[in-house]
Design a protein around this ligand. Structure first.
Ligand SMILES: Nc1ncnc2c1ncn2[C@@H]1O[C@H](COP(=O)(O)OP(=O)(O)OP(=O)(O)O)[C@@H](O)[C@H]1O
Ligand SMILES: O=P(O)(O)OC[C@H]1O[C@H](OP(=O)(O)OP(=O)(O)O)[C@H](O)[C@@H]1O
Ligand SMILES: O=C(O)c1cccnc1
Length: 485
């Protein structure tokens, strides 16, 4: 997969603009673009950024093959001199990004591209496509995992994903955000993540009777024996038959290490409580009681509140498609253009009637501020590259819109961490993507830095993302300039 050439995975306008820059402008003009999003998906209090490894692969493989150029010629839009230029095209710029699995908030540059304008423009679409998709699924998964309150959540969505890529990379994002395994075997192979599963109704239906189906499965997979109990009658047939098989295994001295039932229909709260009683009565107190059937964070929360005894969750459709929030609104905006004479960046701003949509200009970075004792996030601050902070001095934070709202952090009460890292330098990758399970561990630590109030699923407490005074001043100088011009 890493060999895939995704160079033409772009919107046509990126290429027509590129050709325009090639002819009409200095094609080597260095610019800065920021990829960021404006609103957390699903009304969540944060997002989890994901997809950087695939962005790195995309940038590393960026080149126009002969077939790509031949195809572009057929559109009739591009001149031979431009097509000739494309034949030697490669990415030569710098990229900074917030590592995968990090908790992020609106307006923070997740990826910053500093490159000649033709290169920086071309990569817009693919970067957004990759980051938007995986960050969406990672954020959705973190909500589902949160609702499960420590129970394992398995990703079962491949059959319902919007095509193979959404299945593979969605499962990757789900693993980053805390699933304990995926049913997607290709994802397991590609990213070295645990693959897990039970069996389908067809297994039961293919045998003359349920008991024989269960016995056969138990003999084949005694150490991972989760039996699907709802094919015929959960309480009167499925669970009694499962118990009978577990008893037989016990009598034969087969260790019951990981065993239990899965329910895929009916009232999961009622059925799980009944199942627990029946299993406990026979001494199977540690049996797994797993459930699936169009689950999501709301249903899992409801089932928990109803006292369901489910301790393992299989979630497919609603997770892999992020069904109730199908897009992550990441955008890619020009933030600065380098003045060739001075080598300094000239900040650029996109105006809007909607204050939230006015972009933050300049060459920026983001710092996270933590309470020194609590180690929890206090706020984030977007500032200009080169600004320095001293944790032994007071730090004044102010709301960038309602500027009278201020917080003064006393010296020694807070710590700061810069979020983005350098990923490409002069076109060379200088970043090593961690393994997915290591990103999952890091993501868990990240979630631990949030107060519960920010993690709640409905009306979470908002973490403020402020601007430093120099950035705020720069932004407002530009706003004044455009207002008066
Ligand atoms: N106690 C419960 N409280 C809230 N929702 C539940 C409860 N039990 C099940 N559900 C959810 O209700 C939805 C419909 O469940 P239902 O029992 O109707 O499944 P079903 O679609 O009839 O089953 P089948 O797969 O056999 O068609 C599913 O999303 C399921 O997860
Ligand atoms: O419900 P989801 O969250 O999407 O989880 C995946 C579903 O896929 C399987 O069902 P199957 O495809 O056999 O269809 P079913 O819904 O009719 O059981 C499984 O039994 C789950 O119900
Ligand atoms: O292994 C399972 O139980 C499974 C896998 C995919 C979809 N539904 C269930």
């Amino acid at each position: 997969m890493s060999e895939r050439n995704l160079t033409l995975l772009t919107d046509l306008y990126e290429l027509t603009m590129m050709q325009g820059y090639f002819h009409a402008k200095d094609a080597n003009e260095t610019v800065i673009f920021d990829a960021f999003y404006r609103t957390n998906p699903d009304g969540n209090g944060f997002a989890i950024t994901a997809g950087l490894e695939q962005v790195v692969e995309y940038i590393e493989n960026l080149h126009f093959d002969k077939e790509d150029i031949d195809y572009l010629r057929t559109t009739g839009l591009f001149g031979e001199d431009f097509l000739e230029y494309l034949s030697t095209f490669k990415f030569t710029g710098d990229i900074y990004a917030i590592p995968e699995g990090t908790v992020v908030f609106p307006r923070e540059p997740l990826v910053k591209v500093i490159a000649p304008i033709m290169q920086a423009q071309l990569v817009e679409t693919a970067i957004l496509n990759i980051i938007n998709h995986q960050s969406l699924i990672a954020t959705k998964t973190s909500r589902i995992v949160h609702a499960a309150r420590g129970d394992g959540v398995m990703e079962f969505g491949l059959r319902r994903a919007q095509g193979p890529d959404a299945g593979i990379y969605g499962a990757r994002a789900a693993m980053i955000a805390g699933c304990i395994g995926t049913s997607n075997v290709l994802c397991g192979q590609m990213f070295d993540v645990p693959v897990k599963g039970t069996h389908a109704h067809s297994w039961i239906m293919s045998f003359p009777d349920e008991l024989t189906a269960f016995r056969t499965y138990a003999r084949l997979y005694p150490t991972a024996c989760i039996l699907l109990v709802d094919t015929y009658d959960t309480l009167n047939s499925g669970i009694p038959h499962a118990i009978q098989v577990f008893k037989e295994m016990r009598a034969e001295g087969i260790p019951l290490t990981f065993y239990g039932i899965r329910m895929d229909s009916g009232d999961l709260a009622y059925l799980s409580k009944e199942a627990k009683k029946m299993l406990d009565a026979e001494g199977f107190t540690d049996a797994v009681i797993s459930a699936s059937n169009d689950l999501d964070e709301t249903l899992i929360t409801s089932l928990k509140n109803q006292g369901a005894t489910i301790n393992s969750w299989g979630v497919g459709t609603n997770l892999i498609t992020s069904k109730d929030c199908p897009s992550f609104g990441g955008v890619y905006k020009l933030a600065a253009i380098m003045d060739k004479k001075t080598g300094k960046f000239i900040p650029k701003i996109k105006l809007s009637e909607n204050e939230e949509k006015i972009t933050n200009p300049g060459n920026k970075t983001t710092y996270r501020i933590y309470g020194k004792d609590s180690h929890k996030v206090i706020a984030d601050i977007i500032c200009l590259v080169g600004e320095t902070f001293n944790e032994d001095e007071p730090l004044l934070l102010f709301d960038p819109i309602a500027t009278w709202k201020k917080t003064l952090l006393a010296p020694g009460t807070y710590t700061m961490r810069e979020l983005p890292v350098q990923v490409f330098k002069d076109g060379e990758c200088v970043y090593h993507s961690p393994k997915v399970m290591d990103i999952q561990k890091y993501c868990k630590e990240e979630l631990n830095t949030l107060w519960d109030e920010t993690k709640r699923l409905v009306n979470p407490h908002e973490v403020h993302v402020d601007l430093s005074k120099p950035l705020w001043d720069m932004k407002h100088a530009l706003l004044d300039k455009y207002h008066f011009e």
